[in-house]
Write a protein that binds this ligand. Structure first.
Ligand SMILES: *Cc1c(COP(=O)(O)O)cnc(C)c1O
Length: 390
């Protein structure tokens, strides 16, 4: 498996041995409990412990995270369920955790919760490998690279080496890149964690998460945590996720190619500032990104002059939904500042590139920018926005 291409691996990932008259990917198994007589030994006993539909998806994700290696993956009901499973199964009162201060917007809530449990939390930005300075005495280093929504990149190998020297485990939130964009375990991390709600499943219709580990000890902790808190994915979501993985390489390649084209286009537009895309050779992250990423992701971020311009831009887009989340086949964009959780300027846009034809998407973006800028100063009562809504 380790020598095949990403597309081949994606379409075959996790499929069971062919069975005469059976389907390639067996359907979802809906079962709260399984027939079980005598001694209660697995593999399938009770639906909060184990489910064959999870097993297939977990094998598939493992093959993508670490081709040809024996790793352990645990799927969860959401990305946050996966993230908290790692943190809460690994740390105890009195431990120290290092988080990024520019990561996913729920991390500050996680920080509050950890602090309430008597865990010391230190934070530093992703860019410039600033977390390096905080590792002394830490139990766990949490990395998010590229970071969401700022798209900064840190040198994962370098941070892992320093963390391991300091006796800390390392988890990487790999949501933005997906395993075909970046393989954290190969870069030395102990946990590769993701919200599969995003690019991994890619259709904006399910929530899911996973944790993959090489070391059986932490893997067992994470699996046990899922059983304790019951943060389990439904069989239908799990099966849909597995079905979606078959097109992972097709989707992500298309998204990455168009994302780069969009970034190149936006770089030429005078009204756009603060443009970030790790795959753009002029991006501050590019040098580190090319050394550790295989694909640069579907998200492009940039700033427009102010909140009003950003809102006019979003309202003028016809092929791009004004919605949160990212990584889906339909492009979405949002003014990130509306959530209040991220330290971003009012005109900051997070743009998730879908699978549309690049020329259609770029034309739509260009026209929306023209409209947003032309109307600047002209209309102030919000009526422009209302009439532009589809
Ligand atoms: C969306 C996201 C999460 C949370 O995932 P859910 O599936 O919404 O729980 C965590 N980390 C990153 C980087 C994300 O983008």
């Amino acid at each position: 498996m380790s020598t095949m291409g990403d597309g081949t691996r994606a379409v075959r990932a996790g499929l069971p041995e062919p069975e005469q008259y059976g389907p390639a990917l067996p359907g979802p198994v809906f079962a709260a409990h399984f027939h079980l007589s005598g001694e209660p030994v697995g593999p399938y006993t009770y639906g909060r412990d184990t489910n064959p539909t999870w097993t297939h998806l977990e094998r598939a994700i493992g093959e993508l995270e670490a081709p040809g290696e024996d790793v352990s993956t645990t799927v969860f009901a959401s990305g946050m369920a996966a993230i908290t499973a790692v943190l809460l199964s690994q740390v105890r009162t009195g431990d120290t955790v290092v988080l990024p201060d520019d990561g996913y917007q729920a991390l500050p809530l996680v920080r509050e919760q950890l602090t309430a449990f008597g865990v010391e939390v230190r934070t530093a930005p992703t860019g410039g490998d600033a977390q390096l300075a905080l590792l002394e005495g830490a139990k766990l280093l949490w990395i998010e690279s590229p970071s969401n929504p700022g798209l900064d990149v840190c040198d994962i190998r370098r941070l892992v080496a320093a963390a391991h020297d300091a006796g800390a485990l390392v988890a990487v939130d790999n949501t933005l890149a997906t395993p075909i964009g970046q393989r954290p375990l190969e870069l030395g991390a102990d946990f590769s964690v993701a919200s599969d709600t995003k690019g991994m499943t890619g259709h904006g219709d399910i929530l899911l998460g996973h944790v993959t580990c090489r070391d059986p000890g932490p893997a067992a902790d994470v699996r046990r945590w899922r059983k304790v808190v019951g943060a389990i994915p439904g069989p239908m979501e799990t099966w849909l996720a597995h079905r979606s993985l078959a097109t992972l390489q097709l989707r992500v390649d298309r998204q990455c190619t168009t994302a780069l084209a969009l970034a190149e286009y936006l770089a030429e537009r005078a009204e756009v500032t603060g443009l970030r895309y790790p795959g753009l050779p002029t991006d501050p992250s590019y040098g580190v990104a090319v050394r550790q990423m295989r694909r640069f992701g579907s998200v492009v971020s940039f700033e427009l002059a102010d909140r009003e311009t950003a809102e006019r831009f979003l309202a003028a887009l016809r092929l791009v939904d004004d919605a949160t989340s990212f990584g889906g086949v339909r492009s979405t964009a949002e003014r990130r500042g509306r959530w209040g959780g991220d330290a971003v300027p009012e005109g900051f846009i997070r743009f998730s590139v879908g699978a549309e034809d690049p020329e259609d998407l770029l034309a739509d973006v260009g026209r929306a920018l023209d409209e947003a800028v032309q109307r600047a100063g002209g209309v102030s009562d919000g009526s422009a926005r209302a009439t532009l809504l589809p």
